[in-house]
Design a protein around this ligand. Structure first.
Ligand SMILES: [Fe+2]
Length: 479
């Protein structure tokens, strides 16, 4: 056969991709443990977000009136310029109906691939689809392959390769790196393609990553997401950001929720935002992130590390309820689970990850977390419990500044990871250093944790980092 006909023949054998749908929002994974994981994806009309779109109007003065009146037509007219649709707006990544197929296998064993059947995305859930994979091998890196098509029999329109890994079992002493972030949104990104913390974290090759919540901010302008349609627009736009998308496609992730990505500032069950109820806010979060039936979980990551992902919104009493034994932020069941599983664990280091602070200090006028005076009863109860344990550290999101807190005379340690960009930072005076502060920095960045063994000792090191990954403060624990 003449050599130059070979590429032509290959072209005929590999069918070209059809036009759409695409995986413009990538693939996310969540809740990985030793043997299971949840995968999430969404089909889109375009390969990515619209970079040359129009800007929303920002009716800053009308914001509370639009919220109170909850009139969809007024909410739209105040924010979308006349004659435009959401698909015209900057960052838009509209959904599209179609079918997806998931194939996965351990990275080193392509022969063990498992293909799931083609299945339609759910048009009532923003064109998303989730899978719960079980019977996975512990401590194993997996490859995920996704294919899209518009209907049965149609050509494949897009392909995506992703990755995750399962947690190693409790007997395996494995060196690990993990990253924890909080609080960042599309408008306050610090690069055109997303947030710089994402390539900075990827450079550390983390075994896993935790987002402590405030993944987006419904109650910030551009637009105020006072309807479900606008809420979904914000998720679609954020998930299309290339820096975020490349990271989430490849890294084992845990997505927690907080107030701004459920509804609005300091939200609990008595709140509504525009036309959206508290219940719908929770349901949209579950639609947009890999979910499980119980929204709190502990995962053993080998011999030396166990993490607790706590749920700070779902079960909480109202901020305005009288303080006392009946007021709970975690709810009685979750709190009992937290205490029971912490006591039962023989992991070398136990890391409790929370959306909101337990130790603080927080601003005196705040009323939303266990470090605030209106939550003293449960705050004291949980702090007293943790103070009796020797190898527990707390990591918190929510606060837009970085700190390490270690109240003198206690065993309590709390690390605040800070906001995901410098322009998102604030809320504390940089010179307001309290006795419990071992470190304070009112800037953005993230936290990395590193577990390793050396000379017969296990070491857990925490590095608070700036948005480009440079270490700004380190604390080490060894046992
Ligand atoms: Fe926040």
């Amino acid at each position: 056969m003449p050599r130059r006909t070979l590429p032509l023949l290959l072209l005929l054998l590999v069918p070209p991709l059809a036009a759409a749908p695409y995986f413009g929002n990538g693939v996310h994974n969540g809740y990985a443990d030793q043997t299971s994981v949840v995968l999430w994806t969404r089909l889109t009309k375009t390969p990515g977000g619209k970079t040359d779109g129009r800007r929303f109007l920002e009716p800053v003065e009308q914001r509370s009136e639009l919220d109170q009146k909850a009139n969809p037509a007024e909410i739209w007219a105040a924010q979308v310029p006349p004659g435009l649709t959401l698909e015209d707006m900057e960052g838009a990544c509209p959904g599209m109906r179609g079918e997806v197929r998931l194939t996965y296998h351990p990275r080193t064993r392509p022969d063990a691939r498992i293909a799931t059947p083609w299945t339609a995305v759910d048009v009532d859930r923003n064109f998303t689809r989730q899978w719960r994979l079980s019977d996975l091998a512990p401590g194993t890196a997996y490859v995920v392959e996704l294919e899209a098509r518009s209907a049965p029999g149609d050509a494949v329109s897009d392909r995506l390769t992703g990755a995750f890994q399962t947690a190693p079992h409790a007997e395996e002493a494995r060196a690990l790196t993990f990253c924890v972030v909080s609080c960042h949104d599309y408008p306050r990104r610090d690069a055109p393609g997303g947030h710089r913390i994402y390539p900075a974290m990827a450079a550390l090759k983390p075994d896993f990553y935790v987002h402590t919540g405030d993944i987006e901010y419904y109650d910030r302008p551009g637009p105020y997401a006072l309807t479900e349609e606008l809420m979904r627009f914000k998720w679609d736009r954020l998930y299309a950001l290339p820096l975020q998308r490349d990271f989430w496609n490849q890294v084992t992730s845990y997505f927690m929720k907080d107030d701004h990505d459920v509804l609005t500032n300091d939200a609990s069950s008595d709140k509504r935002y525009g036309t959206v109820s508290w219940e719908r806010g929770l349901q949209l979060f579950e639609e947009q992130t890999p979910g499980t039936a119980v929204p709190y979980k502990t995962i053993r990551w080998g011999r030396d590390l166990q993490i607790w992902l706590t749920e700070g919104r779902y079960f909480r009493s109202r901020n305005t309820d009288p303080d006392g034994p009946d007021k709970s932020l975690f709810g009685a069941e979750q709190k009992a689970w937290l205490f029971r599983t912490l006591l039962a664990s023989d992991a070398t280091f136990k890391v409790v990850i929370c959306a909101n602070p337990i130790v603080g200090p927080d601003r005196a006028n705040k009323r939303d977390n266990l470090a605030n005076s209106n939550w003293s009863h449960e705050g004291n109860e949980i702090r007293a419990f943790l103070n009796r344990m020797e190898n527990v550290t707390i990591i918190t999101g929510d606060r837009h500044w970085q700190y390490v807190s270690q109240p003198p005379g206690t065993r309590l340690w709390e690390f605040s990871v800070g906001s995901g960009s410098d322009q998102h930072a604030g809320g504390w005076q940089p010179d307001d250093v309290r006795p419990e502060h071992r470190f304070l920095r009112v800037k953005g960045g993230f936290l990395s944790g590193h577990v390793a063994r050396s000379e017969g000792k296990a070491v857990l090191r925490f590095d608070l980092r700036d948005v480009d990954g440079a270490v700004v403060h380190t604390e080490s624990f060894s046992r």
